[in-house]
Design a protein around this ligand. Structure first.
Ligand code: ADP
Length: 301
C-alpha cells in the first residue's frame, strides 16, 4: 500500500515509528507536512497539492493532527476522504474528539461512565453549578486545554467560585467536574485499535500533583486492566467513531470513568512502557480495513 502520514514533523517519535513499521511491512510510507498540503475544492475531481505537485495513488492516510492544527488538519484529511483514500481515523471523528464537552455529551448519551460534569455561561449560576457536581473539591478544565494545562483542582468552594469567575471573566469556556479522589493521582491509558485494547498503562502523578500527564512529570507503568475497563475503552472509542484512540480512564469507587478519548494518541509512552510494537499493530489494522473507497463518510459531516 501507499500510505500517507499527515504530520508536522517527521522526527517525532510517533511519526518515525509509523514510517518504520509501515516500511518493514512492505508499504510505501510518505510523510506529508499537514500545513503544506493545499487543496482544490471547487473541481469535480478533488485534489491535494504538495510542494507544487498533486498527491496521487494513496491507499490510506494516517492523521497525526496536533491540537493546534485541528481545523486545517481536518480539512486536509477530509479532502483525502473525498478522494477515496482510507483514513485511519475519520475527520469527523477527530473534530468531535477535540471538543471535550461535545465528547462527554456523546459518551453520556450512550451510558458510558463519566465524572459528573457541569457547564455554564453566567456567573450567576456558579453556586448551583458547584452544587451540581457535589461541591468542592472539584476540578475545573479549560475546554481547549491539552497536556494538563488549564486543569485546576479547587479544594474549597470559595476557591472554586473565584477560579470559575476568573475564567468566565476571561471569556474562557470551562467545565466543572467532580474530583475523583480515590483515583489517587493515577489514570489508565487504554490504547484501542479496531475493536481491541492492544496495550494499556497506568500513569501516576508525581507527589503533590493530581495530574498524571507524562508531560507534567507523571510516571508510566504496566497495569492489568479489568474486563469492565476494557469494555468501557472499546465502547468509548466506538461512540466517538475512532478506529484508533487513547482512552483515559479514572478508577473510581463505582467503576471506570472515562475522562477523555484522544484521537492522536502518542506512541512513545505506550511502546516504551509495554514493549509492544503498537505502530505495527496500527499498520496491520490498515492492511485489514483499508483500500479504495472504504471511508464511511467520504468527507461528509
Ligand atoms: P488534558 O487533556 O489536558 O490531559 P485531562 O482532562 O486529561 O486534561 O486532565 C489531566 C489529568 O488530571 C488527568 O490525566 C488526571 O490525572 C487528572 N484529572 C483530570 N480530571 C480529573 C478528575 N475529575 N478527578 C481526578 N483527577 C482528574
Amino acid at each position: 500500500m501507499k500510505i500517507a502520514v499527515l504530520s508536522r514533523n517527521p522526527r517525532l517519535y510517533s511519526t518515525r515509528r509509523l514510517v518504520e513499521a509501515g516500511t518493514q511491512r512492505g508499504h510505501e510510507m510518505v510523510v506529508i507536512d499537514t500545513l503544506r498540503a493545499y487543496m482544490n475544492i471547487a473541481s469535480h475531481k478533488p485534489q491535494i497539492h504538495y510542494r507544487g505537485k498533486p498527491l496521487e495513488g494513496f491507499d490510506a492516510v494516517i492523521p497525526r493532527i496536533g491540537a493546534s492544527v485541528t481545523f486545517y488538519g481536518c480539512a486536509v484529511l477530509r479532502q483525502f476522504e473525498m478522494m477515496g483514500v482510507y483514513p485511519l481515523n475519520e475527520s469527523v471523528a477527530i473534530a468531535r474528539s477535540r471538543d471535550k464537552l461535545r465528547s462527554l455529551q456523546l459518551l453520556s448519551r450512550r451510558g458510558i461512565g463519566l465524572p459528573i460534569t457541569g457547564f455554564a455561561h453566567s456567573p450567576d449560576d456558579i453556586p448551583d453549578l458547584i452544587q451540581m457536581v457535589n461541591g468542592a473539591p472539584l476540578v475545573i478544565k479549560v475546554l481547549e486545554g491539552t497536556q494538563g494545562i488549564g486543569v485546576v483542582l479547587c479544594e474549597t468552594t470559595k476557591a472554586a467560585e473565584s477560579v470559575i469567575e476568573a475564567f468566565m471573566g476571561l471569556k474562557q469556556n470551562i467545565m466543572v467536574q467532580e474530583y475523583i479522589k480515590e483515583a489517587g493521582g493515577a489514570d489508565i491509558r487504554c490504547f484501542v485499535v479496531g475493536d481491541k485494547v492492544i496495550a494499556s498503562m497506568k500513569r501516576q502523578a508525581k507527589p503533590g500533583e493530581f495530574r498524571s500527564n507524562l508531560h507534567r512529570g507523571g510516571v508510566a507503568s504496566l497495569i492489568k486492566i479489568t474486563p469492565e475497563e476494557r469494555m468501557t475503552a472499546i465502547r468509548a472509542a466506538k461512540v466517538m467513531g475512532l478506529s484508533v484512540a487513547g482512552v483515559d480512564i479514572l478508577r473510581s469507587n463505582h467503576g471506570p470513568l472515562v475522562m477523555e478519548v484522544n484521537s492522536s494518541p502518542g506512541l512513545e509512552g505506550i511502546e516504551t512502557t509495554t514493549g509492544k510494537n503498537v505502530a505495527a499493530m496500527i499498520i496491520e489494522h490498515l492492511e485489514k480495513n483499508g483500500g479504495p473507497n472504504q471511508t464511511r463518510t467520504k468527507g461528509k459531516g
